[in-house]
Design a protein around this ligand. Structure first.
Ligand code: SF4
Ligand code: SF4
Length: 203
């Protein structure tokens, strides 16, 4: 993704950190201001945005690495989308219109980068799933209220990249959870390499 002249709207909303990301970022900025709900830490706005650039780019959190990719959960499927708030992503009129790979390239997203974004998204979902399981009812309600208050209007459809059965996606996330459980202290980079090997090259 070519971010060079972009005013970085992606960095001006709400940033959710997993517990280990929070520990890493607090080492960089001990006076970090944050909101905490259960094990989730929320930065709003992100204090690492300096003159429209990320001051910790090489160590940015998973949510930032996978951006503008996101997953929408449906009853029987998951839809992998790109946020159109990111300027290179085309605004679609509505509905589940699918982008061709050539359009990804036009946006500056290579197949390798897309794969990295997808794997990062799996790791993020696996981490969030683990945190979410430990949430109390009170924390869940607190999170819903927080999200309702901070949610930005979404005036259009995101760009659809792929649709897959919910079960297939859940299996992928479970594979990543198993890798994280097997080596809880492993850096995300090495987990990502294992996921890539397991999911994309050994099948
Ligand atoms: S950590 Fe960097 S990429 Fe992520 S929101 Fe903050 S400034 Fe943006
Ligand atoms: S919105 Fe898109 S192009 Fe702009 S800085 Fe963020 S990722 Fe880059």
């Amino acid at each position: 993704m070519n971010c060079a002249s972009c005013p970085a709207p992606c960095c001006r909303n709400v940033l959710y950190l997993t517990p280990r990301e929070f520990e890493q970022l607090r080492k960089k900025k001990p006076a970090l201001k944050y909101t905490r709900i259960g094990d989730v830490t929320i930065l709003t706005p992100c204090p690492f945005l300096v003159e429209n650039r990320c001051a910790i780019y090489a160590d940015r959190p998973l949510a930032c690495v996978r951006y503008p990719l996101n997953v929408q959960y449906r009853e029987k499927s998951v839809v992998i989308v790109l946020h159109f708030k990111c300027p290179p992503v085309p605004k679609l009129a509505g509905g589940d219109q699918m982008l061709a790979p050539v359009e990804l390239e036009r946006m500056g997203i290579s197949q390798g980068e897309y794969r990295k974004m997808f794997v990062t998204n799996l790791i993020l979902d696996a981490e969030i799933g683990r945190v979410w399981k430990n949430f109390t009812l009170k924390e869940r309600n607190k999170m819903r209220i927080f999200e309702a208050k901070t949610k930005q209007p979404n005036p259009g459809a995101d760009a659809v990249i792929a649709v897959m059965p919910l079960e297939t996606y859940a299996d992928l996330v479970q594979t990543v959870e198993d890798l994280l459980d097997a080596d809880p202290g492993a850096p995300y980079e090495s987990i990502a390499q294992k996921v890539q090997r397991k999911l994309l090259f050994e099948q």
